[in-house]
Structure formats: C-alpha cells, structure tokens
Design a binder for this molecule. Sequence first.
Ligand code: NAD
Ligand code: TYD
Length: 341
Amino acid sequence: MHNLMITGGAGFIGSNFVRYMLEKYPDYHVVVYDKLTYAGNLDNLKDVAERFADRYAFARGDICDASTVRETIRERNVDTIINFAAETHVDRSIMSPDAFIQTDVYGTYVLLEAARELGLERYHQVSTDEVYGHVPEGASQEADPVAPRSPYAASKASGDLMVNAYHVTYGLQVTISRGANNIGPYQYPEKVVPLFVTNAIDDLPLPLYGDGLQVRDYHYVLDHCEAIDLVLHEGKLGDIYNIGTGSEMRNVDMTHLILELLGKPETLIQPVRDRPGHDRRYALDVTKIRGLGWEPAHSCEDAIREAVRWYVENEWWWRPIKSGERYQEYYKRQYEGREVE
Ligand code: NAD
Ligand code: TYD
C-alpha cells in the first residue's frame, strides 16, 4: 500500500487527509483524482503541491468516467483507492438529487469495478453516520441496519452496500468508515459551522433551522483523518468502523458557542423554516474504533474552537468563495424568504 489514489482529494476532508498522509508516510505517493465540482478547490492543496512535488500529483476526472479512472490507476501504478469523492450536502440533495445518485452510487460502482478488474490491493470507502438515519435514543453500532432518510444519506448507504457486495462476491479487500459531522480547515461554507462562523464574522444572520434542538457530533477533521489511516492499516477487511467523538451537541449550543468565541451578539441568530425530513439526532457508538487504540483528541467544543480560529485566520480562502456568483445564487435559492419568528 504505497501508491494511493485519493478520490475527492480536493474537497474538505480529502485535502486534509492527503496532507496528513504525505506528512506521515515519507515513502507514499498520492494522486488526487477529483472532478473539481463547486466543492473541489485546488487552493485546499496549494501547500501540498509545493511541499510534496515529488510525491503528489493531481488528475482531474469524474469517478463516473471508467476509462479515465483506469488510465489514472495504470499511469500512477495505484495499489489503493480511498474514496472521498461524493456530493455531500443534504440541502442540495433535497433540491436536486440527480448528481448524488450519479456520483455517490454509480461513481462508487465504477471505482469498485476498476479496483476489481485491475487487481488493486485495497479499497476504502469514506461514508457517513447519516446512513443510520434519525437515532431517537442510544447510539448506532456498525451492525445496525441502514435507514437513510435524505437523498444524500440514501445515496451514501447505497454506495456502502455496493462496497460490501464487492467484498462478499469478488473478495475485494475493502473497509468502510462512517464519520460524524466533520469540521475544521477548508470546509466549504455551505455546511453549518463554516457558514455560521463566516456569516458571524461579517455580522450577517445565522439561519438556524427549526427549533435548533437537533443533535450532531461535531468532530475535528484531523481526528477523523487519523482514524481513517488506522482503519486502512489495521482495520479488519470487510468491516465497517464508526468514527466520531461519541458525544453530542445541540445546534443551538453550537451556535451560541460560535457567537461567544467571536464576541458577536445573539441577535444574529435568525430562525428559519426547517429542512424537510430533518434528522433530529445522529449518535455513533465508537467502541469499535477505540478498540484499535484510537481516541479523538478534540471534543465537540474543541473542534468548534479550532474551526473558528481557522476561519478567522484564513479569510484569503473563504472570501473568494462566498463572494462568487455561484455561491451567492445558491445562498439566495436556499435561504431567501425562509425566515420565521
Ligand atoms: P466535499 O463536498 O468538501 O468534497 C467532495 C469532493 O469530491 C470535492 O473535491 C468534489 O470536487 C469531489 N467530487 C464530487 N463529485 C465527484 C465526481 N463525480 N468525481 C470526482 N470527484 C468528485 O466533501 P467532504 O465533506 O470532504 O466529504 C468527503 C467524504 O466524506 C464524502 O464521501 C462524504 O460523504 C464523507 N463524509 C463527510 C462528512 C462531513 O461532515 N463533511 C462526514 C462523514 C463522511
Ligand atoms: P449540515 O452542516 O448541513 O450537516 P448535516 O445535515 O449533514 O448533519 O447541518 C448540520 C446541522 O445544522 C443540521 O442539523 C442542520 C443544521 N443547519 C442549520 O440549522 N442551518 C443551516 O444553515 C445549515 C446548513 C444547517
């Protein structure tokens, strides 16, 4: 396992993972294979391209395009695929599910088929806690049935099922990890934490969905990267591993913490109409990954603190995104006229 193809490596978690792996393993080579959708951004890998020019390469391509996937694998002598590539935002999946089915389901199949045909050593699928659906009490364990409720979650769950099928049917050496809500550097400012932090910096309203009592496990992205690395090297083939802090936080408390850290008033909170089918609670049982000797270094509060600090210090990264026409159009479509009192 030395020549990694990291699909979706120009996105949020993928770019953090690329940096983490190149820093940690001086003999690994990485090719990032990424379509560069609205969420993909080569600025996320700018320092990587400079620091690791001899071991890092970028290939622009769609995971649904079987011939370019194969070409890249052959050219770079790839032995391992780690698949981060996906459409990832629940709200966008509600507005237009098509790209989610294409990339998260069909694209996953294309990668699996290439891995099987070309005899790759290993395939790792990066998945999400959302596949378990709303969890009213207790915490989801890896053996629990999937019960996705949004088009995003349904497409990710389908991808996971296909990964398992390739393991059982063809003996492909796979692992799957299911992460909680990641936050930290380079997260596209459509997801709630970077959206709220950057809005608050500019004294813009923070659109809080519904009653704000939904619960998430806000997890620091580099802790997630460390755990994926562990699953890759020490996980049991064919197995699933949940990754999160194993604790939980209400959205309203996350929002207050952000405002407090930035010294901004609570009057910035703007209640808005809830997301249709909104999963009120996700909660992961992380006993299994802990069994591999892993512990999250950051609590939800620490993770929010780190994220706030990064967005305060890195306006160069998010200002061009937020002022762009594509983002502005999305924001208007998503939030205009949605205020409630
Ligand atoms: P992101 O939206 O920031 O990045 C996704 C990346 O995939 C982008 O670089 C994009 O250009 C690329 N991509 C999209 N469609 C593609 C295609 N057809 N072909 C090639 N590249 C394509 O996503 P993220 O938040 O970094 O999430 C990465 C992975 O982790 C996803 O699989 C997601 O489901 C999973 N995940 C995310 C979270 C989270 O909290 N963000 C939590 C758990 C799991
Ligand atoms: P999000 O970051 O979209 O992640 P996910 O829905 O995949 O967990 O949203 C996290 C939580 O924040 C979720 O409960 C929805 C809520 N939320 C808001 O209250 N306002 C917003 O503008 C957004 C984007 C999300």
